[in-house]
Design a protein around this ligand. Structure first.
Ligand code: IMP
Ligand code: MG
Length: 178
């Protein structure tokens, strides 16, 4: 694909980089307060959350571990279709865990991850940290403990989020006009 047609697909900036960073610093400070005397394992759900995880931990000043997990990307309502592609390396038994997600849409992914970790990994505690939330699309009621922005039901790309694996490299979150 030529660069010109690549960038032509991008619509307006929904959340500029500086605004993202400001919010991520706020979330990091809240996490710091909540886990003052404790350690946390941050679990990044690949691939969409890699940028968010990276910036988030850079602002958190407590002892922490990082690990990555990956599931088949999935759009639908049959939870039987979700499969794990890459499991954790870290033993999170009896640890405090924060799952870092790029976006909560239907809630199916978050619900699946929560159940998977609880049933198979026995953490002490799990919280969900999602940068973006399309509340209007929710099908499963999931608790999001740390949330960046509520966004409208538009397809967005950038800052880790993709359209067919493209546009993860952008620093802003933008509307996709495919
Ligand atoms: P859920 O399981 O329906 O909550 O979907 C969550 C996943 O769908 C996210 O981790 C994203 O990978 C993907 N997703 C949802 N909305 C968007 C979007 O607007 N742009 C890019 N990816 C999205
Ligand atoms: Mg995705």
């Amino acid at each position: 694909m030529k660069a010109k047609s690549y960038y032509k697909k991008l619509g307006k900036i929904l959340i500029p980089s500086a605004k993202l960073q400001r919010k991520i610093r706020e979330i990091a400070k809240q996490i710091e307060k909540d886990y003052r005397n404790d350690e946390v394992v941050f679990i990044c759900n690949l691939k969409g959350s890699f940028r968010f995880l990276s910036d988030l931990v850079s602002y958190v000043r407590i002892p922490l571990n990082i690990d990555f997990i990956s599931f088949t990307s999935y759009h639908g309502t049959d939870p039987g279709k979700i499969r794990i592609i890459k499991d954790l390396k870290t033993d999170i038994r009896n640890k405090n865990v924060i799952v870092v997600e790029d976006i909560a849409d239907t809630g199916v992914t978050i619900d699946f991850i929560m159940k998977y970790l609880k049933d198979f990994k026995y953490p002490r505690d799990i919280r969900i940290c999602a940068l973006l939330d399309k509340v209007s699309k929710r099908k499963i009621d999931v608790t999001i403990h740390y949330r960046g922005f509520v966004i409208p039901d538009k397809f967005i790309v950038g800052y880790g989020l993709d359209y067919r694996e493209y546009f993860r490299e952008l620093n802003d979150i933008r509307i996709y006009n495919g």
